[in-house]
Ligand binder design. Structure first.
Ligand code: ATP
Length: 920
């Protein structure tokens, strides 16, 4: 077993003020005539949070927190504000650079680089050629928009440009709540977030934004602080009678009501009777109007209760918020009921069911043309998946949808029948694919202020970001063609300047800090370090033979698709081939279709009764090119097909089967899903072949039979058992075995010292796999050991999941938690664990990061060890390489280097260039 240790202790980072001082930024900006006026007349954003801006502009060095009368502190600089460092070299990611590197690069040698029309800032030139560069305003990317649309977009971008310039000069502000509104003091980075969010909610561009702090930095608490801080405005909105009865045609997004705060609410401790008044007023509204309601939080079902708990625990009784958990079959149908509460918590599934979907963006044509041009990981473009799965079906569905959308309210639920003051999407990456039902439903929610919370907003491609722009209604990028012209296309043409433009845009609406972010020389969060060990295991000889055969078959199949020019049409089949190879790395039995789950169990009897022809049809649906999960729109993991012919991930559908929202999510399909009407691959196969025996025990060679039964302990399972046993027996050898090579003595010493000093306290581990059947197999082995464990996966009810988490967090005897990546990687607080073991690799690394951060977050008191177990010389090596590329893309988009720090600082020159210098 090879163990490679990667020291991932997050490196230094800052909020953007690099070597450049804010004085210099201001001076630079003053040289732009049209901006000088704007800045010199800039008013403090809010009287209640006016900074003590006493002329010291270098916020990083002179940051003195001054508490003013109302408890507000400042000055500081907006974390979202840009640093400017003209000397900083932006290094584009290698893979993008190579893709787009031109043969004839031009360099003038004078620090600026000329193209046909203008000088380019030297910071764009490092490592890049320029002969492809055009002034962005008239670039190819915009040509296809047409003259009118082009002008419109340029007009809209001017606002973004001006906001970006203002950000450069914006001092970093902090804000806080008076005593009595939270049970915990806000951490400094949360105070900065609060000031930024209050500011953003007043923005005329789009009221809201993206809080993209790393997992575990306390975004939930920051958001609760915002709700409390802005409660007077919320109450004003909900209690305004005229507001309540405005007709349907009301354009909420123009309905900006930045009203001066009625501070008596905050200063008097909050519960001043106004909240009750609101409910009464709302009750008076007619049935046809949309009542004005408070804040809606949308999150995955698995963290619904955690939100409720945080709202309960972090808000003291004196200023309690009324909270409704809007979930379950008995939930109210009355919009007025929703409007009674300050905060309504619900799930993405319910939003998808209740809110009319916005139409699908009609981007096929453009996308088709751009696949080759852009080169932005098209293999993983969600759009591509859809294209491969459409076969004309989507057009029909789309037409049906449009018809349906024309009478929106007739079948929409209560969530869609109110006007929200604020909508918060937690784990907002859920809507990253803008074509999915969930994304379109979220965009259909009516709200004045909109927020996305995500530690990993970008996972697969630049397209992920479009969905947020659309939800936030951030013009001009909320229109897909404008997004492509202004952001996506420039990146494809020249990754360096393209990414820098994206960074400039993002800094106007996104705030991101990592765990390594440094504030005034101090890390924003002092938690023990995290070390990541890549444990590369060898297959046994039987496993290797099994894998090699599978690989050869897959390659053969792939060659056939390639030779017949049908790779695209067979996209889903290719994913299936890859899936089997990945599963073979975990345990050969996964490939053979182990089914010990409830879905298989209950539907097998039903399947036996179905006509053979129907079984074959269902089987073809499952195997065919339409196999994309109708819930998450990803290639299905552990695919199952419903009686209505729609395909899902086993876990996605199981989650619904245990809840009340069991309607099929496919467009125009209202079938009710049940445990007996959802069929797995192996169930169908066995029924079609009239072979009701366990498939694994037949059709196999002798060698295969040795390894394709549940009693076989695969190499991966052996590896994880070794690690778990060594955690259960802490000693120096064990520590070295988990973590270490001599080459990284410091991390190993760290672990062993720690183990010694806590020898009496059993350490805990979370084990993640993306396949529940792998967790089943691991369970069989754990049952043989004296290790107590719990399990969490998507098939369990919310109550059962809560109990499992609670047991793990509180019972010292329970030392292992088995979690499915899909159900357990988001939102949960599990700092009881200081070991995380990843049994298999996911396509994008951010999903793994999310999983790891269940343990590595505020509240963790011990160093966290992450073990990633892979098999040597398999597809897993290639997934590792792909993950690396995705990391580069994400860090380029956010302007972070490989260590998470901000490598590239934007300058005023950069902005002028990136936005085609509107002020020139
Ligand atoms: N100011 C604070 N004081 C004390 N505890 C805090 C504070 N802020 C956050 N926490 C705690 O830190 C933990 C992580 O916070 P939270 O769940 O809000 O993080 P997050 O950024 O939303 O993470 P994720 O992206 O994983 O959902 C929680 O247990 C929360 O109660």
């Amino acid at each position: 077993m090879d163990i490679i240790e990667i020291d991932s202790s997050d490196s230094e980072d800052d909020f953007g003020f690099g070597s450049e001082s804010p004085e210099r930024l201001l001076n630079d900006i003053r040289t732009i005539p049209s901006m000088t006026t704007g800045l010199s007349h800039q008013k403090p954003q809010n009287a209640s949070m006016r900074p003590n801006f006493d002329g010291r502009l270098d916020a990083r060095r002179n940051d003195v927190t001054n508490r003013s009368e109302n408890g507000v502190s400042g000055p500081s600089s907006f974390a979202g504000g840009n640093a400017v460092d003209t000397s900083t070299k932006f290094k584009p990611p290698q893979f993008m650079e190579e893709k787009f590197r031109s043969k004839n690069s031009l360099e003038s040698g004078d620090g600026f680089h000329r193209n046909a029309n203008r000088m380019l800032p030297s910071s764009f030139m490092h490592g890049n050629s320029v002969n492809n560069l055009q002034p962005l305003g008239i670039s190819d990317g915009q040509k296809h928009l047409g003259v009118g649309a082009d002008r419109q977009m340029e007009g809209d971008e001017r606002h973004i440009y001006q906001e970006a310039l203002q950000n450069l000069a914006q001092p970093r502000l902090e804000d806080d709540l008076p005593d009595g509104f939270l049970t915990v003091p806000l951490l400094r980075h949360q105070k900065i977030a609060l000031a930024w969010m209050v500011h953003k909610e007043k923005s005329t561009l789009c009221a809201g934004g993206i809080l993209a702090d790393d997992q575990g930095l306390g975004k939930t608490v920051s958001m609760i602080a915002l709700i409390q801080k802005q409660m007077p405005q919320q109450l004003k909105f909900t209690s305004d009678d005229s507001n309540c009865v405005k007709p349907e045609a009301l354009n909420l997004d123009e309905d900006e009501d930045v009203v001066e705060v009625d501070k008596t609410h905050l200063q008097s401790g909050g519960n001043d009777g106004k909240r009750e008044q609101v409910a009464n007023l709302v009750m008076q509204t007619s049935h046809n109007s949309r009542p004005a309601a408070g804040t809606l939080v949308v999150c995955p079902a698995s963290i619904l209760r955690q939100w409720a708990q945080e709202l309960d625990e972090k808000v003291p009784d004196a200023s309690k918020l009324s909270v409704l958990v809007y979930h379950g079959g008995t939930r109210t149908k009355s919009p007025s009921d929703l409007a009674r509460y300050h905060v309504v918590l619900t799930t993405y599934a319910i939003v998808t069911n209740e809110v009319p979907k916005q139409p699908i963006v009609d981007d096929d044509e453009g996308e088709q043309k751009n696949f080759d041009k852009y080169g932005i990981s098209p293999e993983f473009s969600a759009n591509k998946k859809r294209k491969q799965t459409s076969n004309g079906r989507n057009n029909l569905k789309k037409k049906g949808k449009k018809l349906k959308d024309s009478h929106l309210d007739s079948d929409s639920g209560a969530l869609a029948r109110v006007r929200w003051f604020r909508v918060i999407l937690d784990e907002a990456q859920t809507i990253k694919n803008h074509r999915t039902q969930v994304a379109r439903a979220c965009c259909g929610l009516r709200a004045k202020r909109r927020w996305c919370l995500s530690g990993t907003p970008m996972q697969n491609s630049i397209d992920d970001l479009y969905s947020y722009f659309r939800f936030l209604k951030c013009d001009p990028y909320s229109v897909y063609s404008s997004f492509c012209a202004a952001i996506k296309y420039p990146i494809s043409k020249n990754s360096s300047s393209g990414y820098r433009k994206l960074q400039a845009v993002l800094k106007t609406l996104l705030l991101r800090r990592t765990k390594g972010t440094v504030l005034d020389g101090e890390p924003i969060l002092k938690i023990p370090p995290k070390s990541i060990c890549l444990t590369q295991v060898e297959f046994s000889q039987e496993e290797r033979d099994f894998y090699s055969k599978l690989e050869a078959d897959s390659q053969q199949q792939f060659k056939v698709f390639a030779a017949t020019g049908t790779l695209r049409q067979n996209y889903a089949s290719i994913l299936m081939l890859l899936l089997r190879l990945r599963q073979a790395c975990d345990h050969p039995l996964l490939v053979k279709g182990l089914r010990s789950d409830t879905v298989g169990k209950y539907s097998f009897d039903m399947a036996k009764q179905l006509p053979r022809e129907m079984l074959i049809n269902l089987f073809n649906q499952l195997e065919g090119s339409l196999a994309i999960c109708a819930f998450c729109n990803d290639p299905p993991e552990d695919a199952v097909v419903s009686m209505c012919g729609h395909v899902f991930c086993y876990q996605c559908v199981s989650e619904r089967l245990t809840g009340e929202d069991n309607q099929c999510p496919a467009p125009s399909c209202r079938d009710v899903l049940g445990t007996d009407s959802v069929f797995s691959h192996s169930t169908l196969k066995r029924c079609i072949s009239d072979n009701f025996d366990d498939e694994a025990s037949t059709s196999s060679t002798y060698d295969e039979q040795i390894i394709t039964h549940s009693g076989y302990i695969s190499s991966k399972i052996k590896a994880v058992l070794d690690i778990l046993k060594s955690i259960a027996n802490p000693c120096r050898e064990a520590a070295l075995m988990i973590c270490g090579s001599d080459s990284n003595a410091s991390a190993s010493n760290h672990t062993s010292t720690h183990l010694n000093s806590n020898a009496e306290v059993l350490e805990k581990a979370i084990v993640f796999s993306q396949w529940t059947s792998m967790l089943d197999l691991l369970e069989l082995s754990l049952n043989e050991c004296p290790i107590q464990y719990r399990r969490l996966d998507g098939t369990m009810s919310l109550m059962a999941r809560d109990k499992a988490v609670k047991d793990f967090n509180t019972d010292p005897e329970v030392t292992v938690m088995l979690m499915s990546l899909k159900a357990g990687s988001l939102g949960l607080n599990m700092v009881a664990a200081c070991h995380v073991i990843l049994l298999d690799l996911w396509w994008n690394p951010t999903t793994e990061d999310q999983a790891v951060d269940r343990a590595h977050r505020i509240g963790q008191t011990r160093p966290v060890t992450v073990s990633r177990i892979t098999i040597k010389n398999t597809i897993e090596d290639r997934i590792l390489a792909l993950q690396e590329e995705k990391r580069k893309m994400v860090s380029s988009a956010f302007g972070e280097d490989q260590t998470g720090s901000h490598a590239a600082r934007l300058t005023v020159e950069d902005l002028k260039y990136l936005f085609n210098c509107f002020s020139d």
